[in-house]
Design a protein around this ligand. Structure first.
Ligand code: PAF
Length: 282
């Protein structure tokens, strides 16, 4: 696996792949890789001849007071994991290579509506930052296919919308959440949890499972969500949101069948997110 830090050698390497007619699969990450990321690489390996991963802790998607400085940077370990997973090229640029001017002067991509509410409500500007870096990576790598985790359900919806709206010629693949044995969705932020918080954390997934079962059995959604919030608070979480939406993140109606439960909740300073798809009864 080659690691490239600058844009010109990245373009050169990818031009060479395209001259050979190879199909390029992209896995964008912020590093500190775990088995969820490796599932993205495995999916990319199946769908492309050349797998390109990126590691870039994107300052544009962090708000004031968020964990940009504390975000774990583990490049050597990440390189070893990517290499073992069959990645061919790693692009790991410095911030100045990506954003040579000040962040305030940076052109941004804004994806309205689907970015609003849920995590977009709690983290203003977050999805503009994600949409901007992902659009930039699509231009730099020009992948045939790009893989993103379903844990960041709203992020995946934002990326699908930007690809549709800007006619970006890339296939977007969502990869199912990878969970620990106790149900906790894998996340780089799980590393912030102390032992007691880590023991509490799986209650987020367990609560979503309980609510899914109730909703699929026909329970009233307002009552079920109120019960869910109470369960999360009782377990020790400070919930940011718990919502039931259509699979496309629209408000549910009497006709909705394919739905998704989405939650964000804090344990101490750590914000965890999770989601669970379900089928509402007729
Ligand atoms: O999901 C992530 O790790 C990031 O939001 C992404 C898509 C790599 C953009 O920085």
């Amino acid at each position: 696996m080659r690691t490239l830090r600058e844009i010109p050698p990245l373009r050169e390497a990818l031009n060479e792949c395209r001259r050979r007619g190879q199909r390029v699969a992209l896995v964008p990450t912020m590093g500190n890789l775990h088995d969820g990321h490796l599932a993205l690489v495995a999916q990319a390996r199946r769908r492309g001849d050349v797998v390109v991963a990126t590691i870039f802790v994107n300052p544009l998607q962090f708000g004031a007071g968020e964990d940009l400085d504390a975000y774990p940077r583990t490049l050597a370990e990440d390189q070893a994991q990517l290499e073992a997973a069959g990645c061919d090229l790693l692009f790991a640029p410095a911030t100045t290579a990506v954003y040579p001017r000040s962040l305030a002067a940076q052109t941004r991509v804004c994806v309205p509506e689907v970015s609003e509410g849920l995590c977009g409500g709690d983290r203003p500007g977050h999805f503009d930052g994600v949409a901007t870096i992902v659009t930039m990576l699509f231009h730099l790598v020009q992948p045939d296919v790009a893989c993103f985790g379903e844990k960041d359900y709203q992020q995946l919806a934002v990326i699908r919308r930007l690809v549709a709206d800007l006619h970006v010629p890339v296939e977007i693949v969502g990869v199912p959440i990878v969970r620990a044995a106790d149900g906790l969705a894998l996340s780089s932020r799980n590393g912030y949890l102390d032992a007691a918080q880590r023991a509490t954390a799986p209650a987020l997934y367990r609560t979503l499972c309980t609510l899914r079962d109730a909703l699929e059995a026909g329970a009233d959604s307002d009552d079920t969500l109120a019960d869910g919030l109470a369960r999360l608070r009782e377990a020790g979480f400070a919930p940011d949101y718990l919502e039931l939406r259509t699979a496309d993140l629209e408000p549910v109606t009497a006709n909705t069948r394919d739905a998704v439960l989405l939650a964000a909740a804090r344990l101490g300073p750590t914000r965890l997110i999770d989601n669970l798809s379900l089928t509402l009864p007729r």
